[in-house]
Design a protein around this ligand. Structure first.
Ligand SMILES: Cc1cc2nc3c(=O)[nH]c(=O)nc-3n(C[C@H](O)[C@H](O)[C@H](O)COP(=O)(O)OP(=O)(O)OC[C@H]3O[C@@H](n4cnc5c(N)ncnc54)[C@H](O)[C@@H]3O)c2cc1C
Length: 400
């Protein structure tokens, strides 16, 4: 069995396959964990990119319930995995706080809280504007919604721990092994990699936002979107307590959102789509300035705090902004997490690894979603698409 991509999805699948006694090779183009899995904000979140009401209107109540439940279960999957494999990655479960950037968005939160309780039996708690100071040291927002089920993690430690665990269970992990070509060979596969040729009975593609020309059917179904992060120098105990007394994961309600949290070593980590396009040295530098400006609008009290680190990575968005798992052109895949991949890549990576060869994946709620390609002309690799998408989201942020 060959797994292409050494991030959370690929490593969790390799772990599950190894537990079943399968012989597994993980082929990673760079170093293991190089992609989004080691560079994310470490937010282990319930829910999906699209809200609960849209889930119901698109897929009907029963299917929407299953999809939402899977998102909540995915946080438990991380929790159980971290405990059972004793992965040292600062995992804590202090919940998340969605923040209303406009008064109308708080009214949306009220409806969402009601719907989540009624239709999904999922408890959340509204925090009106007057009560927000108990949650964060900022007056920028118009209220919030707390979901206690979410958690936070150190992503680099998590992915390193997954790699150690998968290797200990017998998986073979190969860095610098970009898969350049995939060909059918009888009932199996012949993969040409930067390190030589490998034959495999089954292949799982777990390349997420870095999906490339070796798998064109997936590439035209994904939009790779850049996301950027800065982390400050460690804050004093007093300042850390002021900006985030509860230590929750936080994000605002804009399309061009900011997500932020305290790290275990008391830095403020704040990320956003700042530049939208996939990362390079220039976009990381420009995004760091934009993110710092954004940070000071939320927390003016951090004006004398130095930004110590800045980085970027690429997210995987399907055109319906939903995760997808299944089989295409004879190989397996799991991707499209749209900013919720820490939990969902764990959950779906494990699910694929447990199900390959059994047919059990057909029952997975994400496997039953249609996975359509990009509209003509909007396929990945066309550089003019992303600025258009970015302009559309900026317009929505302005009008909504
Ligand atoms: C800046 C940033 C912040 C984020 N914050 C959060 C967050 O707070 N919470 C959350 O839930 N999600 C977040 N995400 C999303 C989350 O990190 C991803 O959804 C998740 O890590 C996807 O994991 P993966 O294993 O599928 O993909 P990745 O970790 O991206 O791994 C894919 C791997 O495939 C390899 N690859 C590609 N092509 C080939 C090939 N041909 N041959 C071999 N290898 C190949 C790449 O080198 C890469 O290492 C964030 C993402 C970014 C970029």
């Amino acid at each position: 069995m060959a797994v292409i991509g050494g991030g959370i999805t690929g490593l969790c699948a390799a772990l599950a396959l190894s537990r079943r006694g399968a012989s597994v090779a993980v082929l990673e183009a760079h170093t293991i964990g190089w992609g989004a899995s080691s560079r994310n904000g470490g937010m282990v979140l319930t829910g999906l990119k699209i809200d609960a009401a849209t889930l119901i209107s698109r897929y009907g109540l029963e299917h929407a319930r299953e999809l939402f439940k899977a998102s909540v279960d995915s946080v438990d999957s991380v929790d159980q995995l971290v405990r059972s494999e004793q992965i040292d990655c600062q995992f804590t479960r202090r919940g998340h706080l969605s923040l209303a950037s406009k008064p109308a968005h708080y009214i949306g939160f009220e409806r969402a809280a009601e719907l989540l309780a009624r239709d999904f039996s999922h408890p959340t708690r509204l925090v009106p504007r007057a009560g927000l100071r108990a949650e964060l040291g900022s007056d920028k927002y118009f209220g919030g919604l707390v979901d206690e089920a979410s958690g936070g993690i150190n992503p680099a430690q998590y992915v390193a721990g997954l790699a150690r665990t998968a290797r200990a269970r017998g998986a073979m992990l190969r860095a610098d092994a970009r898969v350049q070509r995939m060909e059918r060979q009888g009932a199996g596969w012949k993969l040409t990699t930067a390190r030589g040729v490998i034959e495999a009975a089954e292949v799982l593609v777990a390349t997420s936002g870095y999906t490339g020309p070796a798998t064109p059917a997936l590439r035209r179904r994904l939009l790779p979107i850049g996301s950027y992060v800065i982390a400050t120098e460690p804050l004093s105990d007093e300042l850390a307590r002021e900006i985030s007394p509860t230590g929750r994961m936080m994000y605002d309600s804009m399309h061009f959102l900011h997500y932020f949290r305290l790290t275990a070593d008391q830095r403020l980590l704040i990320g956003g789509r700042a530049r939208f396009v996939p990362e390079n040295e220039h976009t990381v530098r420009a995004s760091a300035e934009e993110l710092r400006a954004g940070m000071l609008k939320i927390y003016p009290q951090l004006r004398d705090v130095r930004v110590a680190y800045a980085w970027g990575g690429t997210l995987d968005f399907a055109f319906d902004t939903m995760p997808h798992v299944g089989r295409i052109d004879g190989y397996h895949f799991a991707l499209g997490y749209a900013g919720h991949g820490v939990a969902l890549a764990t959950h779906l990576g494990l699910a694929v690894g447990e199900a390959i060869g059994t047919g059990a994946l057909n029952a997975n709620p994400f496997a039953r979603l249609p996975f359509r390609g990009a509209p003509p002309g909007l396929q990945a690799g066309k550089d003019w698409v992303l600025p258009l998408v970015a302009a559309w989201y900026r317009f929505l942020d302005w009008v909504e």
